[in-house]
Design a protein around this ligand. Structure first.
Ligand SMILES: [Zn+2]
Length: 363
Protein backbone atom coordinates (compact mmCIF):
# COMPACT_ATOMS: atom_id res chain seq x y z
CA UNK A 1 0.00 0.00 0.00
CA UNK A 2 1.45 3.34 -1.04
CA UNK A 3 0.87 6.44 1.01
CA UNK A 4 -0.61 9.66 -0.28
CA UNK A 5 2.67 11.47 -0.90
CA UNK A 6 3.98 8.51 -2.93
CA UNK A 7 0.79 8.50 -5.00
CA UNK A 8 1.15 12.25 -5.59
CA UNK A 9 4.68 11.66 -6.84
CA UNK A 10 3.43 9.01 -9.25
CA UNK A 11 0.72 11.36 -10.52
CA UNK A 12 3.41 13.92 -11.33
CA UNK A 13 4.96 11.39 -13.69
CA UNK A 14 1.72 11.00 -15.70
CA UNK A 15 1.10 12.79 -18.98
CA UNK A 16 -1.41 15.63 -19.25
CA UNK A 17 -4.00 13.32 -20.89
CA UNK A 18 -3.56 10.69 -18.20
CA UNK A 19 -3.99 13.29 -15.49
CA UNK A 20 -7.23 14.45 -17.15
CA UNK A 21 -8.55 10.86 -17.11
CA UNK A 22 -7.52 10.51 -13.50
CA UNK A 23 -9.30 13.70 -12.57
CA UNK A 24 -12.53 12.38 -14.16
CA UNK A 25 -12.13 9.12 -12.26
CA UNK A 26 -11.65 10.98 -8.98
CA UNK A 27 -14.80 13.01 -9.39
CA UNK A 28 -16.71 9.74 -10.04
CA UNK A 29 -15.32 8.42 -6.76
CA UNK A 30 -16.41 11.57 -4.96
CA UNK A 31 -19.93 11.27 -6.36
CA UNK A 32 -20.12 7.77 -4.90
CA UNK A 33 -19.28 9.25 -1.50
CA UNK A 34 -22.01 11.84 -1.88
CA UNK A 35 -24.54 9.04 -2.50
CA UNK A 36 -23.26 7.39 0.67
CA UNK A 37 -24.21 10.52 2.60
CA UNK A 38 -27.82 10.19 1.42
CA UNK A 39 -27.71 6.66 2.82
CA UNK A 40 -26.35 7.95 6.13
CA UNK A 41 -29.30 10.34 6.36
CA UNK A 42 -31.71 7.52 5.55
CA UNK A 43 -30.25 5.31 8.28
CA UNK A 44 -30.88 8.05 10.84
CA UNK A 45 -34.62 8.12 10.18
CA UNK A 46 -36.28 6.46 13.16
CA UNK A 47 -38.84 9.03 14.31
CA UNK A 48 -40.79 12.06 13.15
CA UNK A 49 -38.65 15.24 13.34
CA UNK A 50 -41.78 17.29 14.10
CA UNK A 51 -43.36 15.37 16.99
CA UNK A 52 -40.85 12.57 17.76
CA UNK A 53 -43.45 9.82 17.20
CA UNK A 54 -42.02 6.53 15.94
CA UNK A 55 -45.19 5.68 14.01
CA UNK A 56 -43.88 6.60 10.60
CA UNK A 57 -44.49 5.10 7.16
CA UNK A 58 -42.90 5.55 3.75
CA UNK A 59 -44.76 8.07 1.63
CA UNK A 60 -43.34 8.05 -1.91
CA UNK A 61 -40.39 10.09 -3.03
CA UNK A 62 -39.46 13.75 -2.98
CA UNK A 63 -36.78 15.18 -5.27
CA UNK A 64 -34.93 11.88 -5.48
CA UNK A 65 -35.00 11.01 -1.77
CA UNK A 66 -37.49 8.87 0.15
CA UNK A 67 -40.32 10.68 1.84
CA UNK A 68 -42.00 9.65 5.08
CA UNK A 69 -45.32 10.39 6.73
CA UNK A 70 -46.03 10.56 10.45
CA UNK A 71 -49.24 8.79 11.48
CA UNK A 72 -49.51 10.90 14.63
CA UNK A 73 -49.17 14.47 13.33
CA UNK A 74 -49.86 13.68 9.65
CA UNK A 75 -46.88 15.70 8.48
CA UNK A 76 -44.45 14.49 5.86
CA UNK A 77 -40.66 14.70 6.00
CA UNK A 78 -37.53 13.53 4.22
CA UNK A 79 -34.31 12.17 5.76
CA UNK A 80 -32.95 15.72 5.57
CA UNK A 81 -35.81 17.61 7.25
CA UNK A 82 -34.47 19.77 10.07
CA UNK A 83 -30.82 19.04 9.33
CA UNK A 84 -28.52 21.48 7.55
CA UNK A 85 -28.87 19.39 4.39
CA UNK A 86 -32.44 20.60 4.14
CA UNK A 87 -33.01 23.21 1.38
CA UNK A 88 -29.49 22.57 0.13
CA UNK A 89 -28.92 23.59 -3.47
CA UNK A 90 -25.29 22.87 -4.27
CA UNK A 91 -24.88 19.56 -2.48
CA UNK A 92 -21.69 18.47 -4.30
CA UNK A 93 -19.90 21.69 -3.41
CA UNK A 94 -21.28 21.51 0.11
CA UNK A 95 -19.82 18.04 0.69
CA UNK A 96 -16.48 19.23 -0.69
CA UNK A 97 -16.64 22.23 1.65
CA UNK A 98 -17.29 19.88 4.57
CA UNK A 99 -14.31 17.76 3.53
CA UNK A 100 -11.97 20.76 3.29
CA UNK A 101 -13.07 22.05 6.70
CA UNK A 102 -12.15 18.84 8.47
CA UNK A 103 -9.35 17.36 6.39
CA UNK A 104 -7.19 20.44 5.90
CA UNK A 105 -6.07 23.04 8.36
CA UNK A 106 -7.76 26.42 8.52
CA UNK A 107 -8.77 27.77 5.09
CA UNK A 108 -9.78 31.41 4.65
CA UNK A 109 -13.21 32.24 3.24
CA UNK A 110 -11.45 33.79 0.26
CA UNK A 111 -9.62 30.58 -0.59
CA UNK A 112 -12.72 28.39 -0.05
CA UNK A 113 -14.86 30.61 -2.25
CA UNK A 114 -12.37 30.57 -5.11
CA UNK A 115 -11.65 26.85 -4.86
CA UNK A 116 -15.34 25.90 -4.92
CA UNK A 117 -16.64 28.75 -7.11
CA UNK A 118 -19.07 29.98 -4.46
CA UNK A 119 -19.50 33.50 -3.09
CA UNK A 120 -17.75 34.59 0.10
CA UNK A 121 -21.18 35.04 1.70
CA UNK A 122 -22.07 31.41 0.92
CA UNK A 123 -18.69 30.28 2.25
CA UNK A 124 -19.39 32.16 5.50
CA UNK A 125 -22.95 30.83 5.83
CA UNK A 126 -21.86 27.25 5.17
CA UNK A 127 -19.08 27.48 7.74
CA UNK A 128 -21.54 28.45 10.46
CA UNK A 129 -24.30 26.18 9.25
CA UNK A 130 -21.91 23.24 9.55
CA UNK A 131 -20.43 24.29 12.88
CA UNK A 132 -23.74 25.03 14.58
CA UNK A 133 -25.01 21.58 13.58
CA UNK A 134 -22.06 20.01 15.39
CA UNK A 135 -22.51 21.71 18.76
CA UNK A 136 -23.80 19.01 21.00
CA UNK A 137 -24.91 18.01 24.45
CA UNK A 138 -22.16 17.51 27.00
CA UNK A 139 -20.95 13.94 27.46
CA UNK A 140 -20.85 12.14 30.83
CA UNK A 141 -17.61 12.17 32.79
CA UNK A 142 -16.57 8.95 34.50
CA UNK A 143 -12.99 9.26 35.79
CA UNK A 144 -10.41 12.00 36.59
CA UNK A 145 -11.72 15.12 34.89
CA UNK A 146 -9.93 18.48 34.70
CA UNK A 147 -11.83 21.76 34.56
CA UNK A 148 -10.56 25.26 33.89
CA UNK A 149 -11.69 28.42 32.19
CA UNK A 150 -10.23 30.39 29.32
CA UNK A 151 -11.43 33.79 28.20
CA UNK A 152 -11.66 35.77 24.96
CA UNK A 153 -12.32 39.50 24.66
CA UNK A 154 -15.96 40.33 23.98
CA UNK A 155 -16.12 41.25 20.29
CA UNK A 156 -18.72 42.52 17.85
CA UNK A 157 -16.51 42.01 14.83
CA UNK A 158 -18.50 42.35 11.61
CA UNK A 159 -21.60 43.91 13.23
CA UNK A 160 -22.85 46.85 11.19
CA UNK A 161 -24.17 50.15 12.54
CA UNK A 162 -22.25 50.39 15.82
CA UNK A 163 -21.52 54.01 16.69
CA UNK A 164 -18.26 53.53 18.51
CA UNK A 165 -15.20 52.35 16.68
CA UNK A 166 -13.80 49.66 18.95
CA UNK A 167 -15.74 46.68 17.72
CA UNK A 168 -13.15 44.26 18.87
CA UNK A 169 -10.82 44.52 21.78
CA UNK A 170 -13.33 45.86 24.25
CA UNK A 171 -11.82 46.85 27.55
CA UNK A 172 -8.16 46.39 28.28
CA UNK A 173 -8.84 46.44 32.00
CA UNK A 174 -6.86 43.89 33.93
CA UNK A 175 -8.37 41.12 36.02
CA UNK A 176 -11.73 39.42 35.75
CA UNK A 177 -14.08 41.89 34.04
CA UNK A 178 -17.34 42.27 32.15
CA UNK A 179 -15.69 42.21 28.73
CA UNK A 180 -14.42 38.66 29.00
CA UNK A 181 -16.28 35.89 27.20
CA UNK A 182 -15.74 32.86 29.43
CA UNK A 183 -15.28 29.42 27.99
CA UNK A 184 -15.21 26.47 30.35
CA UNK A 185 -13.13 23.48 29.32
CA UNK A 186 -13.91 20.14 30.94
CA UNK A 187 -11.80 17.19 29.93
CA UNK A 188 -11.68 13.63 31.16
CA UNK A 189 -8.06 12.50 31.01
CA UNK A 190 -7.69 10.36 27.89
CA UNK A 191 -11.41 10.68 27.21
CA UNK A 192 -14.35 12.91 26.36
CA UNK A 193 -14.45 16.69 26.64
CA UNK A 194 -16.77 19.67 26.67
CA UNK A 195 -15.94 23.24 25.68
CA UNK A 196 -18.67 25.79 26.21
CA UNK A 197 -19.08 29.54 26.07
CA UNK A 198 -21.03 30.16 29.27
CA UNK A 199 -20.90 33.81 30.21
CA UNK A 200 -19.55 37.28 29.52
CA UNK A 201 -18.22 38.41 32.88
CA UNK A 202 -17.62 36.53 36.11
CA UNK A 203 -18.46 32.83 35.97
CA UNK A 204 -20.87 31.67 38.66
CA UNK A 205 -21.92 28.28 39.93
CA UNK A 206 -25.25 28.47 38.08
CA UNK A 207 -23.45 29.03 34.75
CA UNK A 208 -21.58 25.76 35.23
CA UNK A 209 -24.70 23.92 36.40
CA UNK A 210 -26.66 25.11 33.37
CA UNK A 211 -24.37 23.11 31.14
CA UNK A 212 -22.89 20.36 33.30
CA UNK A 213 -25.44 19.44 35.94
CA UNK A 214 -25.92 15.63 36.22
CA UNK A 215 -22.97 15.01 33.88
CA UNK A 216 -20.56 13.64 36.49
CA UNK A 217 -20.92 9.98 37.37
CA UNK A 218 -20.21 8.76 40.94
CA UNK A 219 -16.84 7.33 39.81
CA UNK A 220 -15.61 10.72 38.57
CA UNK A 221 -13.11 13.01 40.32
CA UNK A 222 -13.13 16.68 39.41
CA UNK A 223 -9.76 18.50 39.46
CA UNK A 224 -9.47 22.29 39.33
CA UNK A 225 -7.75 25.25 40.96
CA UNK A 226 -9.46 26.84 43.97
CA UNK A 227 -12.10 28.67 41.92
CA UNK A 228 -15.04 29.22 44.27
CA UNK A 229 -17.71 28.69 41.57
CA UNK A 230 -16.24 25.33 40.58
CA UNK A 231 -16.03 24.31 44.26
CA UNK A 232 -19.67 25.16 44.92
CA UNK A 233 -20.70 23.42 41.69
CA UNK A 234 -18.88 20.24 42.81
CA UNK A 235 -20.45 20.46 46.25
CA UNK A 236 -23.97 20.89 44.89
CA UNK A 237 -23.53 17.93 42.53
CA UNK A 238 -21.88 15.75 45.17
CA UNK A 239 -18.74 15.21 43.12
CA UNK A 240 -15.37 14.34 44.66
CA UNK A 241 -13.32 17.50 44.09
CA UNK A 242 -9.51 17.82 44.28
CA UNK A 243 -7.98 21.28 44.19
CA UNK A 244 -4.52 22.80 44.18
CA UNK A 245 -3.25 26.33 44.58
CA UNK A 246 -1.64 27.96 41.58
CA UNK A 247 1.67 28.27 43.50
CA UNK A 248 1.89 24.54 44.23
CA UNK A 249 1.01 23.60 40.71
CA UNK A 250 3.57 20.88 40.03
CA UNK A 251 3.38 19.13 36.71
CA UNK A 252 3.96 15.52 37.69
CA UNK A 253 1.58 15.39 40.63
CA UNK A 254 -1.80 13.79 40.08
CA UNK A 255 -3.89 16.88 40.73
CA UNK A 256 -3.30 19.39 37.97
CA UNK A 257 -5.10 20.81 34.94
CA UNK A 258 -2.21 20.50 32.52
CA UNK A 259 -4.33 18.75 29.85
CA UNK A 260 -6.93 21.50 29.92
CA UNK A 261 -4.25 24.21 29.95
CA UNK A 262 -2.73 22.77 26.78
CA UNK A 263 -6.14 22.76 25.07
CA UNK A 264 -6.75 26.34 26.24
CA UNK A 265 -3.50 27.70 24.89
CA UNK A 266 -3.89 25.98 21.54
CA UNK A 267 -7.48 27.28 21.30
CA UNK A 268 -6.27 30.82 22.11
CA UNK A 269 -3.62 30.65 19.40
CA UNK A 270 -6.15 29.55 16.80
CA UNK A 271 -8.77 32.14 17.67
CA UNK A 272 -6.61 35.15 18.52
CA UNK A 273 -3.80 34.72 15.99
CA UNK A 274 -4.97 32.52 13.11
CA UNK A 275 -8.45 34.03 12.94
CA UNK A 276 -7.36 37.40 14.36
CA UNK A 277 -10.21 37.29 16.87
CA UNK A 278 -13.80 36.26 16.19
CA UNK A 279 -17.15 37.84 16.98
CA UNK A 280 -18.58 36.61 20.29
CA UNK A 281 -21.71 35.69 18.32
CA UNK A 282 -19.73 32.99 16.50
CA UNK A 283 -17.25 32.10 19.26
CA UNK A 284 -19.02 28.87 20.27
CA UNK A 285 -18.98 27.73 16.62
CA UNK A 286 -15.22 28.18 16.34
CA UNK A 287 -14.73 26.36 19.63
CA UNK A 288 -16.86 23.50 18.29
CA UNK A 289 -14.64 23.40 15.20
CA UNK A 290 -11.60 22.91 17.41
CA UNK A 291 -13.37 20.35 19.60
CA UNK A 292 -14.61 18.23 16.67
CA UNK A 293 -11.19 18.19 15.00
CA UNK A 294 -9.74 17.01 18.29
CA UNK A 295 -12.46 14.39 18.79
CA UNK A 296 -11.79 12.73 15.43
CA UNK A 297 -8.09 13.46 15.05
CA UNK A 298 -7.18 9.76 15.08
CA UNK A 299 -10.11 8.60 13.00
CA UNK A 300 -9.50 7.43 9.43
CA UNK A 301 -13.02 8.39 8.40
CA UNK A 302 -13.02 11.87 9.89
CA UNK A 303 -15.26 13.48 7.31
CA UNK A 304 -17.79 10.64 7.31
CA UNK A 305 -17.98 10.77 11.13
CA UNK A 306 -18.48 14.53 11.15
CA UNK A 307 -21.15 14.40 8.44
CA UNK A 308 -22.99 11.65 10.33
CA UNK A 309 -22.95 13.81 13.49
CA UNK A 310 -24.26 16.76 11.51
CA UNK A 311 -27.06 14.92 9.66
CA UNK A 312 -28.37 13.43 12.88
CA UNK A 313 -28.93 16.90 14.35
CA UNK A 314 -32.55 17.57 13.39
CA UNK A 315 -32.57 20.89 15.25
CA UNK A 316 -29.71 22.28 13.20
CA UNK A 317 -31.83 24.21 10.71
CA UNK A 318 -33.76 25.82 13.58
CA UNK A 319 -30.47 26.73 15.24
CA UNK A 320 -28.92 28.17 12.11
CA UNK A 321 -31.90 30.30 11.12
CA UNK A 322 -32.20 31.61 14.68
CA UNK A 323 -28.51 32.34 15.18
CA UNK A 324 -29.09 36.07 15.79
CA UNK A 325 -31.94 35.42 18.23
CA UNK A 326 -29.82 32.89 20.11
CA UNK A 327 -27.05 35.48 20.37
CA UNK A 328 -29.52 38.11 21.61
CA UNK A 329 -30.82 35.65 24.19
CA UNK A 330 -27.27 34.96 25.37
CA UNK A 331 -26.35 38.66 25.64
CA UNK A 332 -29.54 39.51 27.55
CA UNK A 333 -29.42 36.57 29.96
CA UNK A 334 -25.76 35.79 30.45
CA UNK A 335 -23.90 39.11 30.27
CA UNK A 336 -24.11 42.73 31.36
CA UNK A 337 -23.44 43.90 27.79
CA UNK A 338 -26.11 45.70 25.79
CA UNK A 339 -27.60 44.05 22.72
CA UNK A 340 -27.18 46.52 19.87
CA UNK A 341 -27.77 46.81 16.12
CA UNK A 342 -29.61 43.56 15.32
CA UNK A 343 -28.59 42.02 12.02
CA UNK A 344 -31.37 41.71 9.48
CA UNK A 345 -33.51 38.58 9.47
CA UNK A 346 -32.45 36.48 6.53
CA UNK A 347 -35.01 33.74 6.90
CA UNK A 348 -38.24 35.58 7.64
CA UNK A 349 -40.61 33.35 5.67
CA UNK A 350 -39.65 30.17 7.49
CA UNK A 351 -41.66 29.26 10.50
CA UNK A 352 -38.69 27.87 12.38
CA UNK A 353 -38.82 27.40 16.06
CA UNK A 354 -36.66 29.38 18.48
CA UNK A 355 -37.46 27.14 21.45
CA UNK A 356 -36.36 24.13 19.43
CA UNK A 357 -33.15 25.95 18.56
CA UNK A 358 -32.47 26.74 22.23
CA UNK A 359 -32.80 23.06 23.11
CA UNK A 360 -30.13 22.36 20.57
CA UNK A 361 -27.60 24.96 21.60
CA UNK A 362 -27.63 25.05 25.41
CA UNK A 363 -26.57 28.65 25.78
ZN1 LIG B 1 -45.10 13.66 13.77
Amino acid sequence: MKNLSQIKELINQLSFEEQEQLSEYLSECQNKHILDFQDIALEQVNSCPHCKSIKIIQWGNYKGTKRFMCKKCNRTFTPNTGSIFYHLKKSDEFIKYFTLMFSEDFNSLQSLSSRLCISKKTAFDWRHKILISLGSKSPNFKSITEMDGVWFLYSQKGRKGLKYSRKRGGSRRRGDNDFQAKVLITKERGGVSDMSLLKIGRLSKSDISRKLSQKFEPTSILVSDKHSSISSFAKSENIRHETFTAKNHVKDKLWHVQTVNNIASSLKTRINYWLRGVSTKYLQNYITWYAIRDKYKKSKEKVKNVITDSISNRKAWDMFTNIEKLYKDFILNHSVRTYRCPTKEQWKSQNWNLENAKLGIYL
